[in-house]
Design a protein around this ligand. Structure first.
Ligand code: HPA
Ligand code: ZN
Length: 328
Protein backbone atom coordinates (compact mmCIF):
# COMPACT_ATOMS: atom_id res chain seq x y z
CA UNK A 1 0.00 0.00 0.00
CA UNK A 2 2.92 2.31 0.77
CA UNK A 3 4.51 1.39 -2.60
CA UNK A 4 1.20 1.89 -4.41
CA UNK A 5 0.90 5.38 -2.88
CA UNK A 6 4.52 6.15 -3.77
CA UNK A 7 3.95 5.04 -7.38
CA UNK A 8 0.68 6.97 -7.71
CA UNK A 9 2.35 10.15 -6.44
CA UNK A 10 5.36 9.92 -8.80
CA UNK A 11 5.20 12.28 -11.79
CA UNK A 12 5.25 9.95 -14.79
CA UNK A 13 5.57 9.78 -18.57
CA UNK A 14 4.36 7.07 -20.93
CA UNK A 15 5.67 6.13 -24.39
CA UNK A 16 4.16 2.81 -25.31
CA UNK A 17 0.40 2.88 -25.35
CA UNK A 18 -1.74 2.03 -28.39
CA UNK A 19 -4.77 4.32 -28.45
CA UNK A 20 -6.87 1.54 -29.97
CA UNK A 21 -5.68 -0.61 -27.05
CA UNK A 22 -7.26 1.86 -24.61
CA UNK A 23 -10.73 1.34 -26.12
CA UNK A 24 -12.65 0.14 -23.07
CA UNK A 25 -15.60 -2.25 -23.44
CA UNK A 26 -18.13 0.32 -22.25
CA UNK A 27 -16.95 2.86 -24.82
CA UNK A 28 -17.09 0.16 -27.50
CA UNK A 29 -20.77 -0.32 -26.72
CA UNK A 30 -21.41 3.42 -26.70
CA UNK A 31 -19.69 3.95 -30.06
CA UNK A 32 -21.42 0.93 -31.62
CA UNK A 33 -24.75 2.41 -30.59
CA UNK A 34 -23.87 5.88 -31.87
CA UNK A 35 -22.74 4.42 -35.21
CA UNK A 36 -25.63 1.96 -35.59
CA UNK A 37 -23.40 -1.11 -35.42
CA UNK A 38 -24.21 -4.48 -33.88
CA UNK A 39 -21.79 -6.14 -31.50
CA UNK A 40 -21.83 -9.91 -30.95
CA UNK A 41 -21.89 -9.53 -27.15
CA UNK A 42 -24.80 -9.21 -24.74
CA UNK A 43 -23.04 -6.79 -22.41
CA UNK A 44 -19.75 -5.39 -21.17
CA UNK A 45 -19.08 -8.43 -18.99
CA UNK A 46 -19.53 -10.83 -21.93
CA UNK A 47 -17.28 -8.70 -24.10
CA UNK A 48 -14.54 -8.58 -21.48
CA UNK A 49 -14.85 -12.33 -20.96
CA UNK A 50 -13.96 -12.78 -24.65
CA UNK A 51 -10.57 -11.11 -24.18
CA UNK A 52 -8.66 -14.39 -23.98
CA UNK A 53 -5.36 -14.73 -25.80
CA UNK A 54 -2.10 -16.61 -25.44
CA UNK A 55 0.28 -15.07 -27.94
CA UNK A 56 0.69 -12.00 -30.14
CA UNK A 57 -1.52 -13.14 -33.07
CA UNK A 58 -4.39 -14.24 -30.82
CA UNK A 59 -4.19 -10.91 -28.97
CA UNK A 60 -4.11 -8.94 -32.22
CA UNK A 61 -7.23 -10.67 -33.59
CA UNK A 62 -9.24 -9.38 -30.61
CA UNK A 63 -7.62 -5.94 -30.73
CA UNK A 64 -8.33 -5.39 -34.46
CA UNK A 65 -11.87 -6.68 -34.16
CA UNK A 66 -12.55 -4.31 -31.27
CA UNK A 67 -11.45 -1.16 -33.08
CA UNK A 68 -14.05 -1.57 -35.86
CA UNK A 69 -16.50 0.63 -33.92
CA UNK A 70 -14.23 3.65 -34.49
CA UNK A 71 -15.78 5.49 -37.43
CA UNK A 72 -15.96 9.26 -36.99
CA UNK A 73 -13.70 12.11 -35.98
CA UNK A 74 -15.72 12.38 -32.76
CA UNK A 75 -15.02 8.69 -32.02
CA UNK A 76 -11.27 9.27 -32.24
CA UNK A 77 -11.59 12.41 -30.14
CA UNK A 78 -13.52 10.55 -27.43
CA UNK A 79 -11.07 7.64 -27.44
CA UNK A 80 -7.98 9.84 -27.10
CA UNK A 81 -9.57 12.17 -24.55
CA UNK A 82 -10.62 9.24 -22.35
CA UNK A 83 -7.06 7.86 -22.33
CA UNK A 84 -5.53 11.27 -21.62
CA UNK A 85 -8.01 11.90 -18.78
CA UNK A 86 -7.16 8.51 -17.27
CA UNK A 87 -3.44 9.21 -17.69
CA UNK A 88 -3.73 12.66 -16.11
CA UNK A 89 -5.62 11.13 -13.16
CA UNK A 90 -2.58 8.86 -12.63
CA UNK A 91 -0.17 11.79 -12.55
CA UNK A 92 1.18 11.12 -16.05
CA UNK A 93 2.42 14.53 -17.20
CA UNK A 94 3.28 13.55 -20.76
CA UNK A 95 2.41 10.69 -23.14
CA UNK A 96 3.37 9.63 -26.66
CA UNK A 97 0.59 7.52 -28.10
CA UNK A 98 0.57 5.04 -31.01
CA UNK A 99 -2.22 4.67 -33.53
CA UNK A 100 -2.76 2.25 -36.44
CA UNK A 101 -4.21 4.31 -39.31
CA UNK A 102 -4.05 1.54 -41.94
CA UNK A 103 -6.78 -0.30 -40.07
CA UNK A 104 -9.03 2.77 -40.13
CA UNK A 105 -8.31 3.64 -43.76
CA UNK A 106 -9.31 0.05 -44.64
CA UNK A 107 -12.77 0.76 -43.19
CA UNK A 108 -13.05 3.97 -45.20
CA UNK A 109 -12.33 6.39 -42.36
CA UNK A 110 -10.36 9.34 -43.76
CA UNK A 111 -6.94 10.12 -42.28
CA UNK A 112 -8.22 13.65 -41.56
CA UNK A 113 -10.89 12.24 -39.22
CA UNK A 114 -8.44 9.95 -37.42
CA UNK A 115 -5.70 12.52 -36.86
CA UNK A 116 -8.17 15.40 -36.48
CA UNK A 117 -10.10 13.70 -33.69
CA UNK A 118 -6.98 12.65 -31.81
CA UNK A 119 -5.42 16.08 -32.21
CA UNK A 120 -8.44 17.99 -30.91
CA UNK A 121 -8.45 15.66 -27.89
CA UNK A 122 -4.73 16.33 -27.28
CA UNK A 123 -5.32 20.08 -27.44
CA UNK A 124 -8.33 19.87 -25.09
CA UNK A 125 -6.50 17.60 -22.63
CA UNK A 126 -3.49 19.92 -22.52
CA UNK A 127 -5.73 22.92 -21.83
CA UNK A 128 -8.17 21.26 -19.41
CA UNK A 129 -6.01 18.65 -17.67
CA UNK A 130 -2.47 19.94 -18.13
CA UNK A 131 -1.23 16.71 -19.76
CA UNK A 132 1.17 17.02 -22.70
CA UNK A 133 1.08 14.46 -25.50
CA UNK A 134 2.25 13.58 -28.97
CA UNK A 135 1.27 11.07 -31.61
CA UNK A 136 3.20 8.22 -33.27
CA UNK A 137 1.90 6.71 -36.51
CA UNK A 138 2.49 2.96 -36.57
CA UNK A 139 2.93 0.89 -39.69
CA UNK A 140 0.96 -2.33 -39.37
CA UNK A 141 3.82 -4.63 -40.30
CA UNK A 142 1.79 -7.66 -41.42
CA UNK A 143 -0.07 -5.58 -44.01
CA UNK A 144 1.65 -4.81 -47.30
CA UNK A 145 4.50 -2.33 -47.70
CA UNK A 146 2.27 -0.50 -50.24
CA UNK A 147 -0.49 -0.10 -47.66
CA UNK A 148 1.98 1.37 -45.18
CA UNK A 149 3.35 3.77 -47.79
CA UNK A 150 -0.17 4.90 -48.68
CA UNK A 151 -0.86 5.60 -45.00
CA UNK A 152 2.38 7.56 -44.64
CA UNK A 153 1.57 9.64 -47.70
CA UNK A 154 -1.96 10.29 -46.45
CA UNK A 155 -0.51 11.40 -43.11
CA UNK A 156 2.20 13.75 -44.36
CA UNK A 157 -0.22 16.67 -44.86
CA UNK A 158 -0.80 16.34 -41.09
CA UNK A 159 2.92 16.12 -40.35
CA UNK A 160 2.74 18.88 -37.70
CA UNK A 161 0.47 16.67 -35.56
CA UNK A 162 2.89 13.72 -35.54
CA UNK A 163 6.18 13.26 -33.72
CA UNK A 164 7.30 9.87 -35.04
CA UNK A 165 6.52 6.71 -36.93
CA UNK A 166 6.59 3.26 -35.36
CA UNK A 167 6.12 -0.37 -36.34
CA UNK A 168 3.66 -2.72 -34.67
CA UNK A 169 1.39 -5.76 -35.14
CA UNK A 170 2.39 -9.33 -36.00
CA UNK A 171 6.16 -9.47 -36.15
CA UNK A 172 6.66 -12.99 -37.51
CA UNK A 173 8.37 -12.77 -40.94
CA UNK A 174 7.85 -8.98 -41.04
CA UNK A 175 11.31 -7.58 -40.21
CA UNK A 176 12.05 -3.87 -39.77
CA UNK A 177 13.85 -3.65 -43.15
CA UNK A 178 10.55 -4.39 -44.91
CA UNK A 179 9.85 -0.72 -44.11
CA UNK A 180 13.29 0.79 -44.77
CA UNK A 181 11.93 3.15 -47.43
CA UNK A 182 9.05 4.23 -45.18
CA UNK A 183 11.35 5.03 -42.28
CA UNK A 184 13.68 6.97 -44.56
CA UNK A 185 10.79 9.00 -45.96
CA UNK A 186 9.44 9.72 -42.48
CA UNK A 187 12.84 10.78 -41.25
CA UNK A 188 13.25 13.08 -44.25
CA UNK A 189 10.00 14.73 -43.12
CA UNK A 190 11.56 15.35 -39.69
CA UNK A 191 9.84 12.53 -37.83
CA UNK A 192 11.52 10.32 -35.24
CA UNK A 193 11.58 6.56 -35.75
CA UNK A 194 10.81 3.70 -33.38
CA UNK A 195 9.92 0.02 -33.86
CA UNK A 196 8.43 -2.83 -31.89
CA UNK A 197 10.85 -5.69 -31.33
CA UNK A 198 8.35 -7.75 -29.41
CA UNK A 199 9.46 -10.25 -26.80
CA UNK A 200 10.39 -13.78 -27.92
CA UNK A 201 9.41 -13.39 -31.57
CA UNK A 202 10.97 -15.43 -34.36
CA UNK A 203 14.33 -13.95 -35.50
CA UNK A 204 14.08 -11.37 -32.75
CA UNK A 205 17.81 -10.66 -32.40
CA UNK A 206 18.05 -10.06 -36.16
CA UNK A 207 15.05 -7.72 -35.90
CA UNK A 208 16.73 -5.79 -33.09
CA UNK A 209 19.93 -5.64 -35.12
CA UNK A 210 18.09 -4.29 -38.16
CA UNK A 211 16.30 -1.72 -36.02
CA UNK A 212 19.55 -0.43 -34.51
CA UNK A 213 21.98 -0.82 -37.43
CA UNK A 214 19.96 -0.67 -40.65
CA UNK A 215 17.04 1.56 -39.67
CA UNK A 216 18.92 3.50 -36.97
CA UNK A 217 15.85 3.84 -34.79
CA UNK A 218 15.66 6.58 -32.17
CA UNK A 219 13.98 4.25 -29.64
CA UNK A 220 12.98 0.57 -29.33
CA UNK A 221 9.59 -0.69 -28.22
CA UNK A 222 9.87 -3.79 -26.00
CA UNK A 223 13.31 -5.10 -27.06
CA UNK A 224 13.91 -7.26 -23.97
CA UNK A 225 15.65 -10.03 -25.91
CA UNK A 226 18.61 -7.69 -26.36
CA UNK A 227 19.76 -9.18 -23.03
CA UNK A 228 20.81 -12.26 -25.06
CA UNK A 229 23.33 -10.25 -27.11
CA UNK A 230 26.23 -8.41 -25.47
CA UNK A 231 27.11 -6.96 -28.87
CA UNK A 232 23.65 -5.42 -29.42
CA UNK A 233 23.58 -4.17 -25.82
CA UNK A 234 26.89 -2.39 -26.38
CA UNK A 235 25.47 -0.72 -29.50
CA UNK A 236 22.30 0.36 -27.71
CA UNK A 237 24.35 1.89 -24.90
CA UNK A 238 26.74 3.62 -27.29
CA UNK A 239 23.72 5.16 -29.02
CA UNK A 240 22.00 5.95 -25.69
CA UNK A 241 18.83 4.23 -26.93
CA UNK A 242 15.75 4.08 -24.70
CA UNK A 243 13.50 1.04 -24.47
CA UNK A 244 9.75 1.13 -23.87
CA UNK A 245 9.12 -2.06 -21.94
CA UNK A 246 5.59 -3.27 -21.16
CA UNK A 247 5.99 -5.89 -18.44
CA UNK A 248 2.28 -6.63 -18.04
CA UNK A 249 1.76 -7.22 -21.75
CA UNK A 250 4.90 -9.27 -22.13
CA UNK A 251 4.05 -11.27 -19.04
CA UNK A 252 0.52 -12.17 -20.05
CA UNK A 253 0.71 -12.50 -23.82
CA UNK A 254 3.88 -14.44 -24.44
CA UNK A 255 3.46 -18.12 -23.75
CA UNK A 256 6.13 -19.50 -26.06
CA UNK A 257 9.20 -19.16 -23.82
CA UNK A 258 9.55 -19.07 -20.05
CA UNK A 259 9.00 -15.48 -18.95
CA UNK A 260 12.21 -13.65 -18.14
CA UNK A 261 12.34 -10.64 -15.85
CA UNK A 262 13.17 -8.14 -18.56
CA UNK A 263 12.83 -5.08 -16.34
CA UNK A 264 15.30 -6.40 -13.74
CA UNK A 265 17.65 -7.67 -16.44
CA UNK A 266 17.71 -4.42 -18.39
CA UNK A 267 18.08 -2.24 -15.29
CA UNK A 268 20.98 -4.33 -14.04
CA UNK A 269 22.57 -4.26 -17.50
CA UNK A 270 22.54 -0.46 -17.41
CA UNK A 271 20.12 -0.06 -20.34
CA UNK A 272 17.71 2.89 -20.48
CA UNK A 273 14.44 1.20 -19.51
CA UNK A 274 11.03 2.84 -19.30
CA UNK A 275 7.88 1.04 -18.12
CA UNK A 276 4.64 1.39 -20.06
CA UNK A 277 1.13 -0.04 -20.30
CA UNK A 278 0.70 -1.03 -24.03
CA UNK A 279 -3.00 -2.04 -24.37
CA UNK A 280 -4.67 -1.43 -21.01
CA UNK A 281 -8.28 -2.00 -22.11
CA UNK A 282 -7.32 -5.57 -23.09
CA UNK A 283 -5.18 -6.16 -20.01
CA UNK A 284 -7.76 -5.99 -17.24
CA UNK A 285 -8.06 -2.20 -17.54
CA UNK A 286 -4.71 -1.84 -15.79
CA UNK A 287 -3.11 1.51 -16.63
CA UNK A 288 0.39 2.71 -15.83
CA UNK A 289 0.04 2.90 -12.02
CA UNK A 290 -1.27 -0.66 -11.84
CA UNK A 291 1.42 -1.87 -14.25
CA UNK A 292 4.11 -0.22 -12.10
CA UNK A 293 2.72 -1.74 -8.90
CA UNK A 294 2.95 -5.22 -10.44
CA UNK A 295 6.39 -4.55 -11.93
CA UNK A 296 7.64 -3.29 -8.56
CA UNK A 297 6.64 -6.53 -6.89
CA UNK A 298 7.78 -8.81 -9.70
CA UNK A 299 11.19 -7.18 -10.22
CA UNK A 300 11.73 -6.10 -6.58
CA UNK A 301 12.13 -2.47 -7.66
CA UNK A 302 13.34 -0.09 -4.97
CA UNK A 303 11.96 3.42 -4.61
CA UNK A 304 15.24 4.72 -6.03
CA UNK A 305 14.78 2.47 -9.08
CA UNK A 306 11.18 3.64 -9.53
CA UNK A 307 12.45 7.22 -9.51
CA UNK A 308 15.20 6.26 -11.98
CA UNK A 309 12.63 4.68 -14.32
CA UNK A 310 10.65 7.93 -14.40
CA UNK A 311 13.82 9.96 -14.87
CA UNK A 312 14.54 7.70 -17.86
CA UNK A 313 11.00 8.29 -19.06
CA UNK A 314 11.33 12.06 -19.06
CA UNK A 315 14.68 11.74 -20.88
CA UNK A 316 13.23 9.35 -23.46
CA UNK A 317 10.62 11.81 -24.69
CA UNK A 318 10.37 13.80 -27.90
CA UNK A 319 8.46 16.66 -26.26
CA UNK A 320 8.56 20.22 -27.50
CA UNK A 321 10.46 22.78 -25.41
CA UNK A 322 7.15 24.00 -23.97
CA UNK A 323 6.11 20.48 -23.10
CA UNK A 324 9.47 19.73 -21.50
CA UNK A 325 9.26 22.87 -19.37
CA UNK A 326 5.78 21.81 -18.18
CA UNK A 327 7.24 18.50 -16.93
CA UNK A 328 9.39 20.22 -14.29
N1 HPA B 1 2.95 -5.48 -30.18
C1 HPA B 1 2.62 -5.54 -31.47
N2 HPA B 1 1.51 -5.01 -31.94
C2 HPA B 1 0.69 -4.39 -31.11
C3 HPA B 1 0.97 -4.29 -29.77
C4 HPA B 1 2.18 -4.84 -29.29
O1 HPA B 1 2.58 -4.72 -28.11
N3 HPA B 1 -0.07 -3.64 -29.20
C5 HPA B 1 -0.92 -3.31 -30.19
N4 HPA B 1 -0.47 -3.76 -31.35
ZN1 ZN C 1 2.90 -2.21 -28.33
Amino acid sequence: ADMARFIAALPKAEYHVHLEGTLEADMKFALAKRNGLDLPFADVAAMKASYIYHDLPSFLAIYYDGMKVLRTEQDFHDLAYAYLAKAASQNILYAEMFFDPQEHLKRGVPMAAVIGGITSARVAAAAQLGIGSQLILCFVRDLSAESAMAALEAALPFREHLVAVGLDSDEKDHPPIKFAAHFAKARAAGLKVTAHCDLNQKDILEHIRQAIVDIRVDRIDHGGNILESPELMAMAKARNLYFTVCPSFSGTVRGDKPPIDVVRGMLDAGLNVTINSDDPAYMGSEYLNEVLVKAQARSALTKAELVQLQRNAFNAGWMSETQRAACH
